[in-house]
Design a protein around this ligand. Structure first.
Ligand SMILES: [Fe+2]
Length: 293
């Protein structure tokens, strides 16, 4: 075992960089938070140790940092990507790896950044790894990431109901996904243990729908009475009305072209709250992480 110090300001600055991805893509509001929660719950459910659960949480926040290199027209394209565009998109795990490999905390996340698009059957990218040659944490993030992509609105699709996503994912057992991890995840879903994450942007905050662009509006947890929220896609201004424990929103008929995306402070702070100040890492873990390089 080796001890590994977690410097909290460094941790928060790195996660801040990862949340920049959400500022680039109007459809990713809450995606990073949801993926981290799905991954964390799955990691806890299969009995990982507390330090390992933290690493999964942290790595799932970082997993798509390489998307920063994908040009906006590709990121936000409504139609099917061309082969060339898809090849550019597929570089993001390797780009992410290059971005964080020399960061003092990067070693904790390398495997998840590099391998979250590998498939259990070996048909994924970038390296075509198969089965247990894909790191355990990356196999967890792959499930969490795919489930959120299927159930969230994207430029080219409305999010599908969770039940349909569970059925489609079950067909990918031992193909796209690790069968044991997938089985645990589907059990969590069937028990309703994921419902409080689905369609949310943070604890107790549901995503809300722009009448034109779909359910992509986030009401920040620090929202105050009288403040408007803005659709990140069409920049429509929405009035917010508290409605029981939730909110209703209503377009006021104007646009706010001066609006700029807000940082996801809650997600950044949350990982810092969960972070142990010192991790005990097995040499096996460090070995596996360096395999991602
Ligand atoms: Fe990705």
């Amino acid at each position: 075992m080796e001890t590994f110090s977690v410097n909290i300001p460094l941790l928060k600055s790195l996660v801040s960089l990862a949340t920049v991805i959400e500022a680039k893509d109007p459809y990713t509001g809450g995606h990073t938070w949801r993926v981290s929660r799905y991954a964390r719950i799955l990691a806890e459910d299969i009995g990982l140790l507390q330090d390992e659960v933290f690493i999964v949480h942290f790595g799932s926040l970082m997993h798509d940092i390489g998307m920063v290199s994908v040009p906006d027209p590709i990121l936000n394209k409504v139609d099917k990507l061309t082969n060339v565009e898809y090849d550019i998109m597929k570089k993001h795990p390797e780009t992410g790896l290059m971005l964080i490999r020399d960061h003092p905390l990067g070693v904790l996340t390398l495997d998840m950044v590099a391998s979250h698009h590998e498939r259990f059957d070996g048909g994924g990218y970038p390296r075509g790894l198969a089965g247990n040659n894909i790191g355990l944490f990356a196999r967890i993030v792959a499930i969490a990431d795919t489930f959120d992509a299927m159930t969230s609105a994207r430029p080219y699709q409305r999010g599908m109901p969770a039940e349909i996503a569970y059925q489609l994912m079950a067909q990918e057992s031992a193909r796209q996904f690790d069968p044991l991890l997938l089985s645990a995840f589907l059990n969590l879903g069937q028990r309703g243990d994921l419902d409080h994450i689905l369609g949310h942007s943070s604890d107790e905050r549901l995503m809300h729908s722009c009448s034109v662009c779909g359910p992509i509006i986030v009401i920040p947890s620090r929202w105050q009475m009288g403040e408007q929220v803005v659709c990140p896609k069409c920049l429509g201004n929405y009035d917010v009305h508290p409605d029981g424990g939730d909110f209703e929103i209503e377009w006021d008929g104007t646009l706010n072209p001066a609006w700029i995306p807000q940082p996801d402070i809650d997600t950044i702070n949350e990982v810092a709250i969960y972070a142990p100040r010192e991790l005990r890492l097995s040499s096996h873990f460090l070995e596996l992480s360096s395999c991602a390089l």
